[in-house]
Design a protein around this ligand. Sequence first.
Ligand code: ATP
Length: 427
Amino acid sequence: MALDMSTLVSLCKRRGFIFQSSEIYGGINSCWDYGPLGVELKNNIKRVWWQAMVNREDIEGLDASILMHPKVWEASGHVAGFTDPLVDCKKCKHRFRPDQLQEKKCPDCGGALTELRMFNLMFKTFMGPVEDESSSVYLRPETAQGIYVNFLNVQSTLRHKIPFGIAQIGKAFRNEITPGNFIFRTREFEQMEMQYFVKPGTDEEWFEHWKEERLTWHKALGLNPKKLQFHQHGTDELAHYAKKAFDVQYEFPFGWQEIEGIHNRTDFDLSRHQEFSGKSLQYFDEATKEKYIPYVIETSVGCDRTLLACLIDAYAEEEERSVLRFHPKLAPIKVAFFPLIKDAGLQELTHKLQEETRPYFLTRYDEAGSIGRRYRRQDEIGTPLCVTVDFDSLKDQAVTVRDRDSMKQDRVSTSQLLEFLRKKIVL
Ligand code: ATP
């Protein structure tokens, strides 16, 4: 049975994963705040991505600023071309994308719609005290451009030969006409992007390479492989910069949808920045003495969409419990510690064991309610292991370790506990 999104939204709120932004003021459309467990999950996804993409010889990390020179967005084509068609309802004033409407009337009130017009998705703001056109800047709609304008900085300072890549994680902003489906489509979101610079002529090979690498990465997150597929962009879907594009799609309860795009952006972006800035962005190949503008293979994954896919994929309702079966590397809390009852001796040993584990894993202590209830609470937030200290523990120096998925219990000696936990939870 497909998971009802409202069940997930309410679990996320109840257990501190995701809250509506500015909730006490009635909320603000399509903006969400990650709570204590949500931020851990998100950080884990980012860490796993960074580990896969940057912990290698041919890729460097970067953290470029969100605000950039306005000419960047002219060069990138976003000022002229980053638009969606839009219609307004004349009666209730709601806005729609005409390609998503079944009829020519407003789906909310049946009112007449305005003529179609193009709407630029970039957020515009002003820099400095004067609010005029010369001071207007944009919030970046993608992180990629921060990488392109730093291409030669990174290449020359780290002395990279082509092929090499630059990776970055950061916020992007799009004034989407129809945000929705919880955190799937929002106006402020986080992207994890990597731009790989290659010699023209080798781009198709590298495209295939990265396409496969990225699908493998999603599977390694623990996502059900049956719910992952590629979707190739037809000529009508291709972005202005792309020669070829594949999406990695996940089967959400609301259908197959993109979580990542892999694009062959050719030399479009670097050539345009060279033209608009007047600065050469050519690469000089020492070995062959050739000068050229590299082609770019882009992998661009939404952190929030990946997180939503992970939540949906991990969620299971069983007879007596609901459980989030996160891969241990993603679980917000890795180990929970319980004294069997509120007894000073048990509490003391539980705290001691927790303190020994704290440098390695995020842990939580819970002594409220029955052991069964405490297990359920941890199951619902996806904690892979729970450690219970009982009266026998004081005598035999052993504790019970309970596994979230199998619900199997192991008796483990306290001197071996840390090693046992570290074997089960590989980060
Ligand atoms: P869509 O067709 O769904 O609008 P897109 O093709 O415009 O997405 P890209 O520009 O390729 O998306 O962006 C790369 C990734 O950034 C997407 O795969 C997605 O995970 C994420 N992303 C893009 N727009 C949003 C958004 N409004 N909210 C959340 N994530 C987004």
